[in-house]
Design a protein around this ligand. Structure first.
Ligand code: MN
Length: 130
């Protein structure tokens, strides 16, 4: 399933195995020499990733809207357009939109051994609600 987002971009719907709600993922760039990937991810209100880790960490730049991010063992944080979130290597976390507002972020991460993320359980409504 694909969505034409205008200009030159094509988004793919995020799989329900790894996301709750409506999420679209656009691959923006990949560097073969460094295995760095950049993607734009759009979350509808209430949508979020499952809990997951990245083998080499991740940088998130919130490009529009308002959302939520949580690292395991830490309180949920609200995030807004212009914020940057740094996820350490192996740090369990999730990210998504606010319940009443969409959120879009640019994600940058490194592929290690062919893998950029290890996916875990979905974020429960209780965890999502804080
Ligand atoms: Mn992540």
């Amino acid at each position: 399933m694909e969505l034409n987002l205008g200009a030159h971009l094509t988004g793919k719907r995020g799989t329900p195995d790894y996301f709750t709600g409506e999420v679209w993922v656009e691959a923006l760039a990949q560097s073969p020499s460094s295995n760095v990937q950049m993607a734009r991810v759009s979350f509808a209100p209430g949508a979020r990733t499952a809990w997951h880790t990245h083998p080499a960490g991740q940088i998130l730049y919130i490009s529009s809207g308002r959302g939520r991010v949580q690292k395991q063992g830490e309180p949920l944080r609200e995030i807004h357009a212009g914020d940057t979130v740094i996820i350490a290597a192996g740090e369990k976390h999730w990210h998504g939109a606010a319940p009443d507002c969409p959120m879009q972020h640019i994600a940058v991460h490194t592929v290690v051994g062919g893998n950029s993320a290890d996916w875990m359980e979905q974020v429960s409504d209780a965890d999502y609600g804080g």
